[in-house]
Design a protein. Sequence first.
Length: 374
Amino acid sequence: MTKHLVLGVTGFSLIAVTYGMARFSWGIMLPDIRQTIPFSPQGAGLIAACSYIAYCLSVFLASFLTNQFGPRVPAMLAAIAAAVGLLILAMAPSPLWLATGLFIAGFSSGLASPSLAGAVSQDIPSKRQTQVNTVINAGTSGGIILSVLVLLVLPGQWRAACIVFALLALVCLIAAWRFLPGSGSDRQEQRLHWRSMLTKKGMFRLLLIAFVSGTASAAWWSFGPEILQRHTGLESVTTNMLWLVSGGAGIVAVFTGSAARRIGMRGVYRGSQILMALSLALLAFSHGFHWWLFAVVAMSGAGYVILSGVLLVRGAEITEPSPAAGVSLAFLMLAAGQIVGSVAFGQLFGTLGAVGALAVFSTLSWAMLLMTPD
């Protein structure tokens, strides 16, 4: 296997575990978890926010670890955090323990993306970096697909599913140790100060887009299954199938690099925002099952994963030759927005209802069409 293929598969798998399973599987498990451990929609928003808070903290650490020790160490720590957090979730007896497990699991994703961006920059020729980065980033969808399949095999057994996810994280730990570079680049320019990163041209605009887009995305990724069941009135099996479609649609993000060569990264970005905004607007007015819901949830999944790929590529470009730092900053603001979005949507959902909350969050994505990351 060629180096770019090995790195792509390893990175895709690690992102699948740390994002798709350790982070976003919370949404699909939420209805079953609330039957076992009752808490309010507002409480669900606060618990979901713990994952994003951990993400914000870990991205600060990820760039430092990548520069000091190379991509392997933070990637292995990401796999360990995912396994430990998921095992705590599997044994959680109360909302506090759920929040603790989700916090530790959320720490994994913040470590994974910057370390993998550093590995790509270090080992892959520049002309292929965008392609490899976007393929790795699409691992989020792979993890969502696999998590839904596990939950379909183990209906209602979310604790057992978390154990399965933890075991897969340990497999990724071995892969990271075996295939990722164990030392950092020799380029001294990578020791750039954070302040110099923030003053680079286009960085402020990128961070603002990441924050607002992260806020909007929390509506689906923290509350999607809850919306489908409580607002739309769907059964658990149908909800699982729609979540599977949403995750599967994000796989199209592997073609982000190819699409960017045809229509430009700006066109890809605008398309992702339209998909996110339109899907939330349509969900607001959906009642009962309709076949077009498959297209709606597909837009949610594809829009978010494509958008995160745009942020990843643009963040790495702006802060070259320190791509891990650029990705850390962009994903930090994306997660900060998701913290605000999770709490705010939980509050709006509990007071205004699903229609009002979804309308507000859809507007955020429409507003982002007025800005571009380049």
